[in-house]
Design a protein around this ligand. Structure first.
Ligand SMILES: [Cu+2]
Length: 484
C-alpha cells in the first residue's frame, strides 16, 4: 500500500479510495486533485484496517474532565485528554504521519493551522477533507512547512451547540523547526489562552449600533465563566519559574473560540520577534501583546524585575475569570503583583516595513457585513459581499498570481480573518501601507479596512473565514478556488 494515502478505519480493511485523489509531485509533495461528490461519499463509506505502519504521532479526541482551579471542574473534549494537546515538534520538510482516533460520539477532524498542506490533509471539510467518524480513525500525512509556530485544532462546526468545535479543549501547539533559529533564549514556554463554560449573552449594544444595516432585533453573543492559560486559571497550577537575567521565549497562542485578548506582564516588556510563527521584519519591544482568536506571537522577555508578577489579561474581569499565570523569580515570594500597562495600544504596522508591498495582479474587495439573526437563530448571520456560506461563490484565483484581498469591516465586531494552507502578507491597515508582515490570521477592527496579499502558490480549494466560531458557523466563510 502506498504510504502517501489516507487510511480511514471503521471496522474492516480495504485501501482507502481517496488514495486515487492524491498524487505525488516530482518534489515529493502531495498534490490533491479536485474531489467530486462520488469520492466524498466513497470516503464516508470506506472501511479500512488500522495502518500497518506505526505513525510518527498519535492523537485521540476524547472526553475529559479538567480541574482548572481547586474545585472547578470542566467537562470537555481534548486531545489525549490534556489541555493543550501534546506539543508536536516537527522538522521542516520531513514528512510525518499523524494518526487521529475519535473516541467521541460526534464526527470531527483536525486542522493543521498555518501549514501549507493539501486540501485533503488540511482538516477542513469545506475543502474536501474527510471527517473522522465517531469511533473512527484517520491518518494524516503532513510535510511540515513553513518553519515556525503553528497549531492544531478541531475544525468542526458548533452552531448553537456550545459543547462542540473550538469551545472545547481541542487544541495544541505544533512547532515546525527550521534549520536555524537566530534568537538566543534560556527558556522556552508555550502558553495557550482559552475560555470555558460558554453561554449565550446579549450582544453588546454599542456593537450593534456601529454595525451598518444592523436590524432592530438583537442577536446573541457568547460569554464565558472561566478562562485559563494552558490548563489552569490564574493562581492555580504551577507558576512560571524564572531567574533574573534569563531571556524567556514566550510562545503565545489565543486558542479561544471567540475572545480576542490583550496580555501584559508588569515590570517587563515583550520583544515581538514573530507573528503567527513568521519572523517579523521589525522586531520591537512593547508593553502589551494583542492576540486575536487563532493568532500566535513569539516574544522574548528579559527577566530583569525580580518579584512575583501576574502575566495576564489587561482586563480585570478577565483576570478574575482566570486569564493569567503567575511569574515567579527564584527566591521571591508573596502575592503576585498586577499593574495596568501605561500604553495598551496595539499596532501591527510597527512590526512591519514601512515600504509598500509589490503591486498585485488583482485587487478583490471583501465587505464584511452583519446581517443580524436570520429566522429563529440565536446568533447573527454574517456575509462577505452580501453572501453567506454555503450560498457564496468561490473567489477565483490563478496559480502564480498575487491577489490583494481588502477586508472592509462594516460591522461593530472584530474579525480575525484566517486563510487556510497559505501565508499572506499584510499590506495595509487603514490608510497605512506596509510590507513584510507574514501572517495567516489578521484581526480586522470594527469599521476598519485591512488588506492582505495572497500569492496563489498552493493549488486546491482554500478556505477563508473569520476564526470566531460563532461567526464562521453562521455564514462567515468563503472558498478560494484555483482555476489554473
Ligand atoms: Cu468574525
Amino acid at each position: 500500500m502506498n504510504r502517501r494515502t489516507f487510511l480511514l478505519s471503521a471496522s474492516g480493511a480495504v485501501a482507502h479510495p481517496l488514495m486515487n485523489s492524491l498524487t505525488a509531485t516530482p518534489s515529493g509533495l502531495l498534490l490533491a486533485v479536485q474531489q467530486n461528490a462520488t469520492q466524498q461519499s466513497a470516503a464516508k463509506n470506506a472501511v479500512s484496517k488500522a495502518p500497518l505502519t506505526k505513525p510518527d504521532h498519535s492523537l485521540a479526541i476524547q472526553p475529559c474532565t479538567l480541574e482548572i482551579s481547586p474545585g472547578v471542574n470542566i467537562k470537555t473534549v481534548a486531545y489525549n485528554g490534556q489541555v493543550p494537546g501534546p506539543l508536536l515538534r516537527l522538522r521542516q520538510g520531513v514528512p510525518v504521519t499523524i494518526d487521529v482516533t475519535n473516541a467521541t460520539h460526534n464526527p470531527d477532524l483536525v486542522h493543521w493551522h498555518g501549514l501549507t498542506t493539501n486540501p485533503i490533509n488540511d482538516g477542513a471539510m469545506e475543502e474536501g477533507s474527510p471527517m473522522i467518524p465517531a469511533g473512527g480513525h484517520l491518518r494524516y500525512h503532513l510535510t511540515p512547512n513553513p518553519a515556525g509556530l503553528r497549531w492544531y485544532h478541531t475544525h468542526s462546526s458548533a452552531g448553537a451547540n456550545l459543547a462542540l468545535g473550538t469551545y472545547t479543549g481541542q487544541f495544541g501547539f505544533l512547532l515546525v523547526e527550521g534549520t536555524s533559529d537566530p534568537n538566543h533564549y534560556d527558556q522556552e514556554v508555550f502558553l495557550a489562552v482559552h475560555h470555558w463554560e460558554p453561554s449565550f449573552v446579549p450582544m453588546v449594544e454599542t456593537m450593534q449600533a456601529q454595525s451598518a444595516n444592523h436590524p432592530a432585533t438583537p442577536g446573541s453573543d457568547v460569554g464565558y465563566k472561566y478562562a485559563t492559560i494552558n490548563q489552569h486559571r490564574l493562581g492555580a497550577g504551577e507558576p512560571l519559574r524564572v531567574k533574573q537575567g534569563q531571556r524567556v521565549l514566550l510562545r503565545l497562542l489565543n486558542a479561544s473560540a471567540t475572545e480576542n485578548v490583550v496580555l501584559a506582564l508588569p515590570g517587563h516588556s515583550f520583544r515581538i520577534i514573530a507573528m503567527d510563527g513568521n519572523p517579523v521584519p521589525n522586531p520591537k519591544e512593547v508593553e502589551v501583546v494583542s492576540l486575536g482568536v487563532a493568532e500566535r506571537v513569539d516574544a522574548i522577555v528579559e527577566m530583569k524585575s525580580p518579584g512575583v508578577w501576574v502575566l495576564g489579561s489587561t482586563i480585570e474581569k478577565s483576570r478574575q475569570m482566570g486569564l493569567g499565570i503567575v511569574v515567579e523569580y527564584a527566591g521571591k515570594t508573596g502575592p503576585p503583583v498586577w499593574k495596568d500597562p501605561q500604553d495598551a495600544a496595539w499596532d501591527y504596522t510597527q512590526f512591519a516595513n514601512s515600504t509598500p508591498a509589490p503591486t498585485p495582479d488583482e485587487t478583490i474587495p471583501l465587505v464584511l457585513i452583519d446581517l443580524g439573526p436570520q429566522k429563529d437563530s440565536k446568533f447573527d448571520t454574517w456575509a462577505i459581499n452580501g453572501s453567506s456560506w454555503p450560498d457564496i461563490e468561490p473567489i477565483k484565483v490563478q496559480r502564480g498570481k498575487r491577489y490583494r484581498l481588502t477586508f472592509q469591516n462594516a460591522s461593530g465586531d472584530q474579525h480575525p480573518m484566517h486563510i487556510h494552507r497559505h501565508t499572506f502578507e499584510v499590506v495595509s491597515i487603514g490608510d497605512k501601507n506596509i510590507s513584510g508582515l507574514k501572517k495567516d490570521v489578521v484581526n480586522v477592527m470594527p469599521l476598519d479596512t485591512v488588506a492582505v496579499d495572497l500569492v496563489a502558490d498552493n493549488p486546491g480549494d482554500t478556505l477563508m473565514h473569520c476564526h470566531m466560531q460563532l461567526h464562521m458557523d453562521f455564514g462567515f466563510m468563503q472558498l478560494i478556488r484555483y482555476t489554473s
